[in-house]
Design a protein around this ligand. Structure first.
Ligand code: TRP
Length: 352
């Protein structure tokens, strides 16, 4: 059993019999940044999995707008991105009735606990974060490296800990941040007494890593220099077909799932597998040539994104705002209690 509070134990780990009812579903928390338009990598890597987890988890999903400010943004840019990603999540089946779906800045407890978590996070720990090293040195980071970019993992820990989270489904690139969240939760608990549930990491099995169609050694991302490599959720049928037709493969002409030797072909198989809930190695046996694999993958992707596009068009700004208001109220009700617990544990004078 992991160290820490067992108020919300996982059913499949050693359960403290005096705690919550065994029928309690594990709580899942995840966050998504509102930066830029969504692409197939976001959908297959995260959103699809979020949608599924709602069925057997107590799900809390957050648009992490405060995190987006760690890199310089134009005024209003984050607002537009927040509306876009929230609409996309609703269109993809995130159900604001069943789940807690909200915007980070609407629940001030995140910023508050984020500060407390900075006090139990070591400078040295933050200095080892590879994402910080990458983002602070990358060209085009406009030369300005904010202190928030450095302390961001402490805010991420707060996001997770505020909801007594058991499971955090994120991609492999977030593994280090998750480990840090676990470490600082454990440190807080041992310094101030049992306060936080120590979360687990969970990497979704399929589609966790969708690569760029032109540069299959890089993760698919919203990228200016590879417009053909990124399939956007709003792409037309023609664009999707063209991008898959032009996807980079290799010259040996054999369809086989082997990420090292055949990154391009393996990426197509992985995308097809993730969209059809199949296994990439099994799928490979169905193909002898790249052409049909590309065509089938494009079709499978279209069968996912076209209905989402239709749904998107039917969701108004008001619908989005209404759903998020309900979510913020539900989120606050949980987060404020946990924040109080943390303040009490630290022992600050409380306002009368
Ligand atoms: N750091 C995550 C990312 O860049 C987003 C994020 C913020 C997050 N807070 C979180 C993910 C809490 C999971 C849990 O993708």
């Amino acid at each position: 059993m992991v160290a820490g509070r067992s108020a919300r134990p996982l059913p499949y780990i050693c359960v403290n019999s005096s705690s919550a009812a065994p029928s309690d579903r594990p709580r899942v928390f995840s966050g998504i940044q509102p930066s830029g338009s969504s692409h197939l990598g976001n959908y297959l890597g995260a959103i699809k999995n979020w949608h599924r987890l709602q069925d057997d988890h107590d799900a809390v999903y957050c648009v992490v707008d405060l995190h987006a400010l760690t890199l310089p943004k134009e005024a209003g840019e984050v607002l537009a991105g927040t509306m876009d990603i929230a609409r996309m999540l609703l269109a993809s089946g995130i159900d604001p009735e069943r789940s807690v779906f909200f915007v980070q800045s609407h629940v001030p407890a995140h910023a508050e606990l984020g500060w407390l978590m900075q006090t139990v996070t070591a400078y040295g720990e933050l200095s080892r974060m590879t994402q910080f090293k990458d983002k602070s040195t990358r060209d085009g980071a406009s030369g300005f490296v904010s202190a928030a970019l450095f302390t961001y993992p402490a805010l991420q820990a707060a996001d997770i800990l505020l909801y007594d989270t058991n499971v955090v489904p994120v991609g492999d690139d977030q593994r280090q941040h998750l480990e840090l969240s676990r470490d600082v939760a454990t440190r807080f608990n041992s310094r101030y007494g049992d306060t936080f549930v120590v979360p687990e990491h969970r990497i979704p099995e399929a589609g966790a890593r969708v690569m760029d169609l032109q540069h299959p050694e890089n993760k698919m991302s919203k990228s200016v220099d590879s417009p053909l490599g990124t399939v956007n959720m709003l792409d037309t049928r023609k664009e999707v077909e063209k991008k898959f037709k032009k996807a980079v493969t290799d010259n040996d002409g054999e369809v086989r799932f082997d990420r090292e030797a055949k990154p391009g072909v393996s990426n197509l198989l992985e995308i097809l597998a993730a969209t059809t809930d199949a296994d990439p190695t099994t799928l490979a046996a169905n193909y002898e040539q790249y052409g049909p694999l590309k065509a089938d993958t494009a079709e499978a992707v279209l069968s996912i994104i076209e209905p989402i596009q239709e749904k998107l068009a039917s969701i108004s700004d008001d619908d989005v705002s209404d759903a998020l208001a309900v979510g913020a109220a539900k989120a606050s009700a949980i987060a404020e209690g946990v924040l109080d617990r943390a303040y009490d544990a630290v022992g600050l004078m409380r306002r009368r």
